[in-house]
Design a binder for this molecule. Structure first.
Ligand code: MG
Length: 162
C-alpha cells in the first residue's frame, strides 16, 4: 500500500493583547499567541505534518515570517494552500491526529469546533481529524503558561481517479 506519514511540531509564546486562535477557532482568554501570522500553533503543526509526509520542507519555506504578505495571516487559509499543494502532487489526506499542550484555557469545549474547521480546510470528514488537549502538569514553558505547543501527525494516500 502506498502511504506517506508526516509529523509536525510548533510552539508559540503567550502574550497580552493578542487573540488566542487554535485550530482556526478564536478562544476567550486573557492571553494570546505571539507570532507573525495569527500564530495558530495547532494549524501550524498540522501544516508541517502534511508537508513532512511528502518531504516538502516546512511552513517557514512556503510562508516565511520575513514576508509581509503573511503578516497576521489566517492560518486556516495557509492550511488550505498546503492541502492544495498536496493535491496538486496527487495526494490526499487520510487522517490527522494532534495534541495541543496548554495549561489554560480549558480546550475541551472547543475541540469539536476545531475538528470541523480543520476538516473543512482539508476537505476531510471531522471524524478523520483528531484533536486532543493536555496540560503539561505545570511543567516547562507550557506549564508556566509562557507558551502553547502542538504536535501533529498526518497520513496521506494517492488520489485515486476512476
Ligand atoms: Mg508557528
Amino acid at each position: 500500500m502506498n502511504l506517506r506519514i508526516g509529523n509536525g511540531y510548533d510552539i508559540h509564546c503567550l502574550g497580552r493583547d493578542r487573540p488566542l486562535i487554535l485550530g482556526g477557532v478564536k478562544l476567550e482568554h486573557e492571553l494570546g499567541l505571539l507570532g507573525h501570522s495569527d500564530a495558530d500553533v495547532l494549524t501550524h503543526a498540522i501544516m508541517d505534518a502534511l508537508l513532512g509526509a511528502l518531504a516538502l520542507g516546512d511552513i517557514g519555506h512556503y510562508f516565511p515570517p520575513t514576508d509581509d504578505q503573511w503578516k497576521g495571516a489566517d492560518s486556516i487559509v495557509l492550511l488550505q494552500q498546503v492541502n492544495q499543494l498536496i493535491r496538486d502532487r496527487g495526494w490526499q489526506v487520510v487522517n490527522i491526529d494532534s495534541v495541543v499542550v496548554a495549561e489554560r484555557p480549558k480546550l475541551k469545549p472547543h475541540i469539536n469546533a476545531m475538528r470541523d474547521r480543520l476538516g473543512s480546510a482539508l476537505e476531510l470528514d471531522p471524524a478523520c481529524v483528531g484533536v486532543k488537549a493536555t496540560t503539561n502538569e505545570k511543567l516547562g514553558p507550557e506549564g508556566r503558561e509562557e507558551g502553547i505547543s502542538a504536535y501533529a501527525v498526518a497520513l496521506l494516500s494517492p488520489i485515486v481517479t476512476a
